[in-house]
Design a protein around this ligand. Structure first.
Ligand SMILES: [Zn+2]
Ligand SMILES: [Zn+2]
Ligand SMILES: [Zn+2]
Ligand SMILES: [Zn+2]
Length: 176
């Protein structure tokens, strides 16, 4: 079975967001079930490569690998600051913890250094590529690598997991 390359493959090319109930066509392209069903009812071809989709291919089973990755990605990218219920767009470099814009201006982080998650993700990506030469398709391998090498506490782990996902997945639109 082809493994999911999360870089682009977690984003549906029709609705441009992370997959909801992803299904894969025989050509290998994946879409949300709802998106591709609508698209196929208009034109019986893959919207990405224009391969004709045979009528028999109407029943599309859920792609479970993609689904679990997409669900996880959604979960972490939608996480809000527990204190302020704002989107966690920043990382406090001093505490190595996620923060929202209200956290940043609060007393708790007085004088601390902040970085947008996107920037942290870019440097993490560079780090990972240095350490692993090429990023494996197995997301668990990357999590393990990060866990072993980054020397982070459990509390900081959630922060790094989110950064990891932003770095691996095309969720930049959420952090624009
Ligand atoms: Zn879609
Ligand atoms: Zn295709
Ligand atoms: Zn906050
Ligand atoms: Zn801080």
């Amino acid at each position: 079975m082809a493994s999911a390359s999360y870089m682009e493959d977690l984003t549906c090319s029709i609705c441009l967001t992370i997959f909801t109930d992803p299904v894969s066509l025989l050509c290998g392209h994946s879409f949300c079930r709802e998106c591709i069903t609508n698209s196929l009812s208009i034109k019986d071809q893959c919207p990405q490569c224009r391969t004709t989709v045979p009528k028999e291919e109407k029943y599309l089973p859920t792609n479970h690998i993609l689904k679990s990755l997409a669900d996880k990605a959604k979960e972490v990218s939608e996480s809000l600051c527990p204190e302020h219920e704002e989107k966690l767009k920043l990382i406090c470099e001093t505490d190595q913890q996620l923060a929202c814009v209200i956290c940043r201006d609060g007393e708790k982080h007085d004088g601390h250094k902040f970085k947008p998650i996107r920037e942290a993700a870019t440097s993490l990506r560079r780090e990972l590529e240095k350490g692993m030469r090429h990023l494996p398709d197995d997301i668990n391998a990357i999590e393990n690598f990060l866990f072993k090498h980054a020397n982070i506490s459990c509390q900081q782990w959630n922060a790094w997991l989110l950064i990891l996902y932003v770095c691996l997945i095309n969720v930049s639109y959420m952090y624009a």
